[in-house]
Design a protein around this ligand. Structure first.
Ligand SMILES: CC(C)(COP(=O)(O)OP(=O)(O)OC[C@H]1O[C@@H](n2cnc3c(N)ncnc32)[C@H](O)[C@@H]1OP(=O)(O)O)[C@@H](O)C(=O)NCCC(=O)NCCS
Length: 165
């Protein structure tokens, strides 16, 4: 299972004021708020955590078919940096998802998987040609085959990423 989420930083700067009253309390747990407020760059940490939660939610949504807005139930933990990427986990209920986040000056991009061995199997697709949505959830369909693989789509501002396994 996979999920992804991209954040266009220029757009968040235009449209989302993370410093507005109540925003952090509504989206982030106490532990996450401590991480944000103790970070050298709180703005980047806000969208870093946001992107992890959204990518993990997409797996949760595929597994459970539950849709909704419950950011406080998704909690990020276990942060590690390696080769310029930021790894971590997101928990919701008894489920734990693995995340890999790329932070650039223009965007923050997270891929989430339910088993860390899938990180090496992720393919980034150029277009939606072989993508079909069922219940709004995208899958990749091999040409001339009924075999499907999970896919995930994310777009924000000038960025779009489509992935499959
Ligand atoms: C549905 C939701 C995840 C969409 O996220 P978004 O940042 O607004 O938009 P994105 O572009 O990243 O994602 C939308 C794409 O996800 C794809 N998608 C929807 N469900 C998916 C799933 N379960 N798995 C993979 N991809 C999925 C869709 O194809 C859609 O693209 P399209 O409409 O162009 O085909 C988000 O609106 C939401 O409801 N989040 C709930 C979780 C939560 O509580 N978040 C709070 C912030 S941390």
């Amino acid at each position: 299972m996979i999920g992804n989420d991209i954040v266009d930083l220029a757009l968040t700067r235009k449209e989302s004021n993370w410093k507005r009253k109540g925003f952090l309390n509504k989206i982030f747990t106490k532990k996450e708020q401590m991480l944000i407020l103790n970070s050298g760059n709180p703005e980047i940490m806000v969208w870093n955590l946001w992107s992890r939660k959204e990518a993990a939610y997409k797996i949760y949504n595929r597994q459970t078919l539950i849709r909704g807005y419950f950011p406080l139930q998704l909690e990020c933990f276990n942060f590690e940096n390696s080769n310029g990427l930021s790894f971590g986990k997101v928990q919701i209920e008894d489920k734990v998802y693995y995340t890999k986040t790329e932070i650039s000056s223009q965007y923050i991009y997270t891929i989430a998987v339910d088993n860390s061995k899938y990180f090496d199997k992720i393919k980034t697709l150029e277009n939606r040609k072989n993508i079909k949505k069922i219940n709004g959830i995208p899958s990749y369909i091999e040409k001339d085959s009924l075999y499907t693989e999970p896919a995930s789509i994310s777009h924000h501002g000038i960025f779009e990423r489509i992935i499959s396994i």
